[in-house]
Design a protein around this ligand. Structure first.
Ligand code: PLP
Length: 435
């Protein structure tokens, strides 16, 4: 237990020092360390509904929601009940359970392009496995991804657009080899011509296009008209597999995800975050003809000791059971109120922002220009964001500690929470204007 000097140090700060003795950077996932906004991370003791409480006993209205999963808010009673009941029945068997079928049926019923499912443990694993399956199915090696889309820390997907040679990928992390990156071709998001060009020169080698159909990992960037349908056409024409990474958007922008919103049928879909109800569970699925290439029926190997874990499936089933049209209507209404309030607050303070929103995902870009891809996202004023972030945090609003993350509204955020957030944002934009 961290010791605290009550005069000048918070318990969070002491907890981070203590954690840093045992954990790399004191965290288990890098962005949690507050590196890009400065300062030290808060250590969280508990959460309930829209609120989290840190180890110093301070409460915050939370817009991180565990980075997306908690669409029902923290410690939703039905989810907690389901998890406790499942734990009492046994935490893991490594043998099939009926709950895996239940959750998989719920996914198939809600996401129209998914005919069969494989449950895994993280979004990273879902994306890694979907790419392997696409390669196994097509017998091809190259994949196309988009700059600024994040698909987990899969070697083949930790690749940036190289300078010079436009589309040839270069590793974006130490430890990813050039030979792996060489099979990943990178195009700018929303750039139809660039993708058409890649297909024109590599068409018969392309196994898959993987894309966030609504991009939520460079802030929030919506697909331009015709972008997703062009990807669908190009993949169909060249025999490549279209993979929608809906780890963030699945069950977030609506029950059927971005694919229903935009009326596009991908061949494979990756799910995570909400589908696991706050526990480590993710999934990938799609056309039966492709999915049947997975072992045990096919020759593409993929396995997992804890895959389909009974506690995680219980949380997923409980969460999906609560989601319906009325919930999404409420989320839409609250999120619109929040976006409007943020916009007015920034305008009144004279701070240039662009608010991007889709349902209950939103992002405040500190920029006076539209953000349509990674290049325009990177043009944002990240130091203004950092000032805003800390002003919000000091006043009890917990945002993700980066300009390039979304805020998530949950079903537990009430009108009072939104009103309070708008009021605090108004003060925080004024702080930005004075800085
Ligand atoms: C979060 C995320 C992932 C990675 O999921 P993990 O569970 O963190 O491995 C992949 N793709 C997208 C679009 C995500 O938002």
């Amino acid at each position: 237990m961290a010791k605290v000097d009550p005069d000048n140090i918070t318990r969070s700060s002491a907890a981070h020092d203590e954690a840093s003795a045992y954990l790399v950077g004191g965290v288990n996932s890098p962005v949690r360390a507050f590196g890009v906004v400065g300062g030290k991370p808060l250590f969280i003791a508990s959460g309930s509904g829209a609120t989290i409480t840190d180890v110093d006993g301070r409460s915050y209205i939370d817009y991180v929601g565990s980075w997306g999963p908690l669409i029902l808010g923290h410690a939703h009673p039905r989810v907690v009940q389901a998890v406790v009941a499942a734990a009492h029945r046994g935490t893991s068997f490594g043998a099939p359970t009926e709950q895996e079928t239940t959750l998989s049926r719920m996914i198939v019923e809600r996401v129209p392009s998914i005919e069969a499912v494989r449950l895994v443990n993280s979004g990273t694993e879902a994306c890694m496995s979907a790419v392997r399956l696409a390669r196994g199915f097509t017998g091809r090696s190259k994949i196309i991804k988009f700059a600024g889309c994040y698909h987990g820390h899969v070697d083949a997907l930790l690749v940036d657009a190289g300078s010079g040679a436009l589309t040839l990928g270069t590793p974006s992390s130490a430890g990813v080899t050039r030979s792996v990156a060489a099979n990943t071709l990178v195009a700018p998001y929303n750039d139809r011509e660039a993708v058409a060009q890649i297909f024109a020169t590599n068409g018969s080698d392309v196994a898959a296009v993987i894309v966030e159909p609504i991009a939520g990992n460079m802030g929030l960037v919506l697909p331009a008209d015709g972008f997703l349908s062009t990807l669908r056409d190009l993949c169909s024409r060249h025999g490549a597999v279209l993979i929608f990474d809906e780890v963030m958007t699945g069950f977030r922008v609506g029950l059927g995800g971005a694919q229903v919103l935009h009326g596009i049928r991908p061949d494979l879909t990756c799910l995570g975050k909400i589908v696991g109800g706050g526990l480590p569970l993710a999934a990938y699925g799609g056309r039966r003809e492709i999915m049947d290439h997975l072992a045990p029926t096919g020759s593409v190997y993929q396995a997992g000791t804890l895959s389909g874990n009974p506690i995680a499936t219980a949380a997923g089933i409980a969460t999906l059971s609560e989601l319906n049209d009325a919930v999404y209507r409420d989320l839409e209404e609250r999120s619109e109120q929040l976006a409007d309030g943020l916009k007015r607050g920034a305008e009144d303070a004279g701070v240039a922002v662009r608010i991007a929103r889709c349902g209950s995902m939103l992002c405040t870009f500190f920029s006076d220009k539209p953000v349509t891809d990674l290049t325009s996202a990177k043009a944002c004023d990240t130091s203004a964001f950092a000032t805003f972030f800390h002003a919000m945090l000091e006043r009890g609003i917990y945002l993700a500690p980066s300009q390039f993350e979304c805020a998530f509204v949950s079903a537990a955020h009430g009108e009072d929470d939104i009103a309070r957030t708008v009021e605090v944002a108004r003060e925080s934009f004024a702080v930005v204007a004075r800085s």
